[in-house]
Design a protein around this ligand. Structure first.
Ligand SMILES: Nc1ncnc2c1ncn2[C@@H]1O[C@H](COP(=O)(O)OS(=O)(=O)O)[C@@H](OP(=O)(O)O)[C@H]1O
Length: 300
């Protein structure tokens, strides 16, 4: 179901509030009951991430793997947010992510969520759906999130970098603290085995290797030629210039402030963190990241 932006009106930036112990905005909570009652199908694939961890990248990979051969036209005619609906999203006067997901004609349906694990509708667990989680190191994730909040009218005001930094450390972000998100999803693997947990930094290091692992998880065996097409199609520069992947068709984003596909790098945080912020961050990180089995690279 296409989003009809003709009907879109300007709306004020949303405010954060506490929702079941997680800071959220009404754009992701006002359809709560419907979203919680979403009926997942056994072959649905849920792409779960903390915002700005690589959602669009993995979404594009999966969409190309599944449909690049059978319906390549969708890749050039439908923006990523229509091919992979954002389950909990509601924007005034537009069709909700839940309705979009309900009406997806594809099999499997690829569905995006930023929910912390405890908010995921129960039918995904009941149907034993495959879930792909992507985590990104907290520092780069924070910097990417900062630029996103600066340019996206659907997000709370970013404020200046220093106040945003503190807010991230305090966990007052839409979808809550980064720490709870990545740890909550990591822990879920102990009781739910159908999760493939990926890292943004691994994808940067070797996209082809990570696509192979993803294919092993979802049970696809693309030919060498198909795989090459996907690997090349999802390179940062190619996605950045691809209107159907780069969000430039979404009018609530102001690309004059920052493009959605901004830098796509590991270590950009070094251009933003002061020495004092880095020290504060590292001390706090050590306290919050207690599980030695979850190691995110490129943080220190
Ligand atoms: N192909 C590819 N290669 C490398 N990096 C990529 C790629 N696609 C998206 N990105 C980067 O991912 C960041 C956006 O994250 P998300 O897609 O999770 O954003 S969102 O939460 O769905 O709004 C954002 O990161 P930053 O550039 O650091 O801001 C994107 O540039």
């Amino acid at each position: 179901m296409p989003l009809n932006f003709d009907k879109m009106e300007l709306f004020p930036r949303p405010k954060l509030f506490d929702f079941h112990g997680v800071s959220m905005t009404h754009f992701f909570t006002q359809n709560w009951e419907n979203v919680q009652n979403f009926q997942a199908r056994p072959d649905d694939i849920l792409i779960a991430t903390y915002p700005k961890a690589g959602t669009t990248w993995v979404s594009q990979i999966l969409d190309m793997l599944y449909f690049g051969q059978t319906s390549p036209e969708r890749l050039t005619t439908l923006p990523i947010y229509e091919r992979v609906p954002f389950l909990e999203m509601t924007i005034p006067n537009l069709v909700t992510g839940k309705d979009q997901a309900d009406e997806l004609p594809t099999t499997p349906r690829l569905i995006k969520t930023h929910f912390p694990v405890q908010f995921v509708p129960k039918s995904f667990w009941e149907q034993n759906c495959r879930i792909i989680y992507v985590a990104r190191n907290a520092k780069d994730n924070m910097v990417s999130y900062y630029h996103f909040d600066c340019m996206n009218q659907g997000q709370p005001e970013a404020g200046d970098w220093n106040s945003f930094f503190q807010r991230f450390m305090d966990g007052n972000m839409v979808f809550g603290p980064w720490y709870d998100h990545v740890n909550g999803w990591w822990k879920k693997k102990e009781t739910y085995s159908n999760i493939h947990y990926m890292f943004y930094e691994d994808m940067i290091e070797d996209t082809g290797r990570e696509i192979d692992k993803l294919c092993a998880f979802i049970g696809l065996s693309p030919s060498a030629e198909e795989k090459e097409k996907v690997t090349s199609g999802v390179q940062f520069d190619n996605m950045k210039k691809n209107k159907m992947a780069n969000y430039s068709t979404l009018p609530i984003m102001n690309f004059k402030v920052s493009p959605f596909m901004r830098k796509g790098k590991v270590g950009d945080w070094k251009n933003y963190f002061t020495v004092a912020q880095n020290e504060q961050f590292d001390a706090d990180y050590k306290k919050k990241m207690k599980d030695p089995t979850l190691q995110l690279r490129c943080v220190i």
